[in-house]
Design a protein around this ligand. Structure first.
Ligand SMILES: [Zn+2]
Ligand SMILES: [Zn+2]
Length: 424
């Protein structure tokens, strides 16, 4: 089986499923398989539920064969999986990518990990992981620009703006060993004719891995009640004391949130990020500015100048077209209903898109509603959007047999779509 692509191919772009990670239950030690999107882990043996915390990003490794003779060296690759939105003159295009690239430029190692991450189970890189780990020398951003250039080459010119909205960005270590040549630790085959010249320098900068992940019990830090959440939730809720929690590297952190009330039995609340921003290069501070910029068929009232403008971005993953449509409809509608600082007493859809990814999409939404689009698109590069505040707001949708309906913002979402990952 040929696992690595031809080295002349700088990256691999493939459709993928979730990576699988073998691990142990933090409570009872039972073996467990996690999917890479999992944030809430329920042990099949002891039933204890734990939230998974990470530092900056996840680090995974392909477990190499244990061999006494050959010291395993782990070589770093950056990986991005997510959707890329591109603004071109005929509109907004999107593409799902799952790509990896060397985090250290070297001719002696394969350029990417190819399809390997889909075929093999991985492990978290932990302090007890054996082997020597070469640290990344390139920042993730410079590898991202490699992906960006490759993608631009497939698009009609000019490309006014691109946004990478990630499902995951991680560092993946692949095992090698060095004898007369560099050998792939999994295939036991040479991948280059000579060992890299800089190997000693790299290895001297290799430190034992630090503790980058942690599990904490899925219990409300305020009242001790069980937290609610889906296995892929970025946010956990406590219906006992009406609190909402997100994870950071130190533990669970309390978040501000609100909901818009709607009476009725068949209501489900969908999470949105309400984001205010400093916008330079185009006037968009108030509702009056929005009406003008989006050319809404409304007679502008003087008081609208005093209503501040906010972006509204889904806090959940849906198909890219739907993601843009939902955000556009709600942003153009600028919800001004009363915000209640409690959890609604109804079904809640999990937050699966964190605010850090939502803010990456702001310029795409702006590009979607500004008019005349053709004229303004060329300005996109100069427009700067600096997020200022964000609030998690649950918006009510009426559930019918197959759809979720929000009449005020003219939205009807197919229920199946919400269940699907957005790479479909
Ligand atoms: Zn367990
Ligand atoms: Zn609580």
């Amino acid at each position: 089986m040929k696992t690595f692509p031809n080295p002349s191919i700088a990256t691999s772009a493939v459709k993928s499923s979730n990576l699988l990670i073998s691990h142990q239950c933090p409570q009872c030690g039972a073996p467990a398989i996690l999917e890479e999107a999992d944030r809430l882990f329920t042990c099949a043996y002891c039933r204890v539920r734990s939230c998974l915390l990470q530092n900056d990003y996840f680090r995974y490794l392909f477990p190499g064969p244990h061999s006494e003779n050959n010291d395993l060296i782990f070589f770093p690759y950056w990986r991005f999986k997510g959707t890329v939105f591109s603004c071109v003159s005929d509109g907004i295009r999107h593409r799902f990518i799952d790509v990896s690239h060397q985090a250290l430029p070297s001719q002696c190692f394969p350029v990417s990990i190819g399809l390997r991450s889909q075929a093999l189970k991985m492990q978290f890189v932990l302090p007890e992981s054996s082997g020597r780990f070469i640290p990344p020398h390139l920042p993730f951003s410079s590898v991202l620009s490699v992906f960006e250039d490759r993608l631009k080459a497939t698009l009609p010119k000019p490309v006014f703006h691109q946004a990478f909205i990630g499902d995951s960005f991680s560092l993946i270590y692949s095992p090698f060993f060095i004898k007369d040549k560099v050998y792939d630790g999994l295939l036991n085959q040479p991948v280059s004719s000579e060992p890299p010249e800089d190997l000693d320098a790299w290895l001297s900068s290799a430190k034992p891995p630090s503790k980058n992940i942690r599990f904490v019990p899925a219990l409300c830090p305020s009242c001790g009640w069980d937290l609610d959440g889906h296995r892929n939730s970025m946010i956990f809720t406590c219906k006992n004391c009406h609190s909402v929690w997100r994870t950071d590297k130190n533990g669970l952190k309390k978040m501000k949130f609100a909901f818009i009330y709607e009476p009725g039995d068949n209501i489900i609340y969908l999470p949105f990020w309400r984001i205010t921003a400093d916008i330079e290069g185009i006037r968009l501070q108030s509702y009056a500015d929005l009406v003008k910029l989006a050319n809404l068929p409304k007679a502008c009232q003087n008081s609208w100048k005093d209503i501040p403008f906010s972006f509204w971005v889904p806090g959940f993953k849906v198909r890219p077209q739907t993601f843009i449509r939902i955000s556009q409809n709600i942003t153009l509608g600028q919800p001004n209903e009363k915000l209640i600082r409690e959890l609604p007493n109804a079904a809640i859809h999990p937050v699966t898109l964190p605010v850090e990814e939502a803010v990456q999409s702001l310029k795409i939404h702006l590009a979607g509603f500004m008019k005349p689009r053709k004229l303004l698109s060329s300005m996109l590069e100069e427009i700067k959007i600096k997020p200022k505040t964000d609030l998690l707001v649950y918006i009510p949708f009426l559930q019918t047999a197959h759809e979720l309906i929000q009449p005020r913002f003219q939205l009807a979402l197919n229920k199946n779509q919400l269940a699907l990952a957005w790479n479909l």
